[in-house]
Write a protein that binds this ligand. Structure first.
Ligand code: FAD
Ligand code: DHB
Length: 393
């Protein structure tokens, strides 16, 4: 068994773990990042694409903004479509000039890994048998296997950034945590397509056949989603069927959807999940390890970044002064934003998806909500304020 020592052991090289490592380095705090997958895999995993203003600001302020400024697409509005109507929500006009930026999650991950390697920060890919121990003590340990050797990482603190299916959360005794779960009766089938987007701004569509979303990644690449059943088999969705369905659900008189080669496709479940508290002893959970939101509000990645921003500052204060006050407030500070995002994401999801059974009462309510959004500046402002994201303190 080989033993190493660091200040913060970071489990998981998704946006949460990588951003935490980056922020800690800027504070002069050492960390080691452990990841089960390969670098190639995490750099090509297609997921989210909407960065809130706060996420963009943080990347710029911490020296990660070069490619983001060149390639990111700044959007100042989104469009909502339903019943053959379209309504633009002018996000920036309604939310104090704040905007969103379209930049793929895998691009954020590539930039963070490049920064990590440029700073000679340790990051081990393709580790196995990851297990946490001693989180109730002042010297927690992460044991893992790497390149055929069993290793032990002794830390002051462990950051569990290993996503919803990781091992960190389970290290907290069941009696020491409360979990909130909510499943939605739908999933998203997402495609990445080598075709110029048919829109300049994101289009969220409510249709009786199900929700659809037209997003984008670049002037040449489109990202589109359709609502499907949670147990849907992707084999039943050849590309032509996906495009036909997108054409129907996004359809608007005088508007045309360009189709093209599908580069990637997959189905993602929709769920809400929160664990409370997000800390146990010297283990701090961040990002999807602690909470999941349905994708409709585009909040998952942004919440992960917001958590580690709070954690990095709290750790910096603790190392500098020995005062654990901010670390003790970690859960409360994060959960305020998390539950706001849960509510917003659930509300957006409920407004825009078709529910099984096509209950007419629900449909009438959805239309009333959409109509209110289209005619009330207060309703549109509320959506805009949530969509661009709460400012950091
Ligand atoms: P992750 O990105 O999941 O990173 C966790 C990392 O930990 C992974 O690299 C994983 O390989 C690694 N890991 C797991 N177990 C271990 C272990 N035992 N030891 C070491 N490492 C481990 N959000 C949106 O806003 N819009 C979307 O369209 C959207 N689409 C999504 C599609 C899918 C299929 C999924 C799963 C999520 C999607 N999300 C979306 C959510 C968003 O991508 C996540 O909120 C975001 O990735 C959270 O970042 P994270 O770093 O917390 O977790
Ligand atoms: C994208 C993903 C989302 O979940 C969303 O609400 C909007 C856009 C995207 O992948 O571009």
């Amino acid at each position: 068994m080989k033993t190493d020592r660091t200040q913060v052991g970071i489990v998981g090289a998704g946006p949460a773990g990588l951003m935490l490592a980056h922020l800690l380095r800027l504070e002069g705090i050492e960390s080691v990042v452990l990841e089960t997958r390969s670098r190639e895999y995490v750099e090509h995993r297609v997921r989210a694409g909407v960065l809130e203003q706060g996420t963009v600001d943080l990347m710029n302020e911490t020296g990660l903004g070069d490619r983001l400024r060149r390639e990111g697409l700044v959007h100042r509005g989104i469009e909502i479509r339903w019943d053959g109507r379209a309504k633009r929500i002018p996000l920036s006009d309604l939310a104090g000039g704040r905007a969103i930026t379209i930049y793929g999650q895998q691009e954020v991950v590539k930039d963070l890994i490049a920064a990590r390697l440029a700073g000679d920060g340790p990051i081990h890919f393709e580790v196995g048998s990851v297990a946490l121990s001693g989180i109730d003590t002042n010297a927690p340990i992460v044991r893992y296997r790497h390149e055929g050797t069993d290793r032990e990482l002794r830390c002051d603190v462990i950051a569990g950034c290993d996503g919803f299916h990781g091992v960190s959360r389970e290290a907290i005794p069941a009696t020491g945590r409360t979990e909130f779960h909510h499943e939605y009766p739908f999933a998203w089938l997402g495609i990445l397509a080598a075709v110029p987007p048919s829109t300049e701004e994101l289009i969220y569509a409510h249709h009786e056949r199900g929700f659809a979303l037209h997003s984008l990644r670049s002037p040449e690449v489109s990202r589109l989603y359709i609502q499907v059943d949670p147990d849907e088999d992707i084999e039943r969705w050849p590309d032509a069927r996906i495009w036909d369905e997108l054409r129907i659900r996004l359809g608007l008189e005088g508007w045309h959807l360009n189709d093209g080669p599908v580069i990637e496709k997959g189905i993602a479940a929709m769920r809400s999940f929160v664990v409370e508290p997000m800390q146990h002893g010297r283990l701090f959970l961040a990002g999807d390890a602690a909470h999941i939101v349905p994708a409709t509000g585009a909040k998952g990645l942004n919440l992960a970044v917001a958590d580690v921003r709070v954690l990095a500052r709290a750790l910096a204060a603790w190392y500098a002064t020995g005062d654990a006050g901010r670390l003790d407030r970690y859960t409360a500070e994060c959960l305020r934003r998390v539950w706001r995002a849960q509510d917003f994401s659930a509300t957006m999801s409920a407004m825009l998806h078709a529910y099984p059974g096509h209950d007419e009462f629900t449909q009438r309510r959805q239309r009333a909500q959409l109509d209110y959004l289209a005619t009330s500046e207060a309703a549109a402002r509320s959506l805009a304020e949530n969509y661009v994201g709460l400012p950091f303190d």
